[in-house]
Design a binder for this molecule. Structure first.
Ligand code: UDP
Length: 336
């Protein structure tokens, strides 16, 4: 019995693979390495390929006796999704439909899905509850929501069991520093702030200082990547217990921090200068996104361990300091 992790060479995927392996799971990874890193997959066989390749997916499911899929493989950049919506529908929605076909053909009926706070769009209240309206404001969130809805129909038609995990803002790295965050291009606030601290960027552009928040910058809910990883492990256990059906859970800390507060905390943690430049608002950014994660705690038994922003930023800083060029710092000497 094994777990197939699609997108397991990516940021959250690779940390989830490490978490599953650390808890005794047999894991196999499928990743096209478009965004993922071969060096991020340390303890599991890696198949380089596409989730839309149903023959390959079927072969993996059978060969590794997969009983549950944890599905990360997706395009995940909000701005890019606005520029290239059809790519997002094809890779995310059509890709998941193909993956599900291969799963169902092989009798695999459990899936844990990497969803997002972007399914909510502009929230109607804070903190956001799972039952709140889902009105995405960009194709990325729209495709993730379409997939969640596909699960509902596949539950009714074929008995598919699913857990969708709606993440807020992931940051941090594995405590061993064997894996961490390395996106190209980097668009996320925490790594960008730390790259500025390292002198790799001249400054951090703060996207908007006229939001209706205490200091005018956007508020987000930052959650450590290992806490996300543990939620996936618990979701796999819930599906195997047979208690699940078709469920969605928010994963956040429940505390919001503004962009300015993140920069201030990073200055304290790194003791470095972090130059800032004001920039226009980024299209599609809601002012405040904070999760209510009570359901994940209650139903999955989830207990986040990294509860404050300074700890999360310190974890990310350890990775960035030891890997200023991301995985390139590890793979090059090994390849040489
Ligand atoms: N942000 C920023 N400058 C950057 C990157 C991000 O001001 O260079 C802001 C962004 O507008 C948002 C917050 O930081 O309010 C978090 O953005 P990120 O892209 O990390 O995550 P998102 O909330 O979009 O998932």
């Amino acid at each position: 019995m094994s777990v197939l992790v699609t997108g397991g060479a990516g940021y959250i995927g690779s940390h989830t693979v490490a978490e599953l392996v650390a808890h005794g799971e047999s894991v196999v990874v499928l990743d096209n390495l478009r965004q993922g890193h071969r060096a991020a997959v340390l303890q599991a066989p890696l198949y380089v390929g596409d989730i839309r390749d149903t023959a390959l997916v079927s072969e993996i499911l059978r060969k590794h006796e997969v009983d549950t899929v944890v599905h990360f493989a997706a395009h995940s950049l909000v701005g890019e999704s606005v520029q290239k919506p059809l790519d997002y529908y094809d890779n995310n929605v059509n890709g998941t439909a193909k993956l599900l076909s291969a799963m169902l053909e092989n009798g695999v009926k459990r899936i844990v899905f990497s969803s997002t706070a972007a399914v909510y769009g502009e929230p109607v209240r804070t903190p956001i509850d799972e039952a709140d309206p889902t009105v995405p404001t960009n194709p990325y969130g729209e495709t993730k929501l379409a997939i969640e809805r596909m699960f509902r129909w596949c539950h009714d038609a074929y008995g598919l069991q699913s857990v969708s995990l709606r993440y807020f803002n992931a940051a941090g790295a594995h405590p061993t520093l064997a894996i961490g965050e390395d996106h190209s291009p980097e668009t996320h606030l925490v790594p960008i702030v730390l790259q500025a601290a390292l002198g790799q960027r001249p400054h951090v552009a703060v996207f908007g200082n006229d939001y209706p928040t205490s200091d005018g910058t956007c508020i987000r809910d930052y959650i450590h990547v290992m806490d996300l990883a543990s939620a996936h492990r618990l979701a796999v256990a819930r599906l195997r217990s047979g208690d699940g059906g078709c469920e969605a859970f928010n994963l956040g800390s429940g505390t919001g921090y503004s962009v300015q507060q993140v920069i201030d905390v990073a200055r304290e943690v790194t003791r470095r200068d972090i130059p800032v430049q004001q920039a226009p608002r980024r299209a599609g950014d809601p002012a405040v996104l904070v999760a209510s994660s009570g359901r994940a705690k209650e139903v999955l038994g989830w207990q986040p361990l990294y509860n404050d922003l300074a700890t999360i930023v310190a974890s990310a800083w350890n990775w960035h300091q030891s890997h200023p060029n991301g995985y390139a710092d590890r793979t090059k000497p090994e390849e040489a």
